[in-house]
Design a protein around this ligand. Sequence first.
Ligand SMILES: [Zn+2]
Length: 85
Amino acid sequence: MNRLRLYIYRSILNKINDTGLSLKLEYRFGLIDTDGSPKTCRFCGGKDFREQITDRIEGMVLEKNSFCSKCNSICGYWVTGAWMP
Ligand SMILES: [Zn+2]
């Protein structure tokens, strides 16, 4: 995704307050996958992510964050099996 596309995406997203709609938009722009996991960084357009587990119980992962490898922004938050918007 190029800078112009990112800019357009951000200006549209700033105008909507509907989570369902913004999720559809993120998917349309290729920012997230069908399961809601990050695909493209919404800040720099990077495509590599690293995950950091923030909480686990008895070895099972409960919470994790997904960071962009390029700009280090948080691009995803996962809780007990699902990516949060
Ligand atoms: Zn980034």
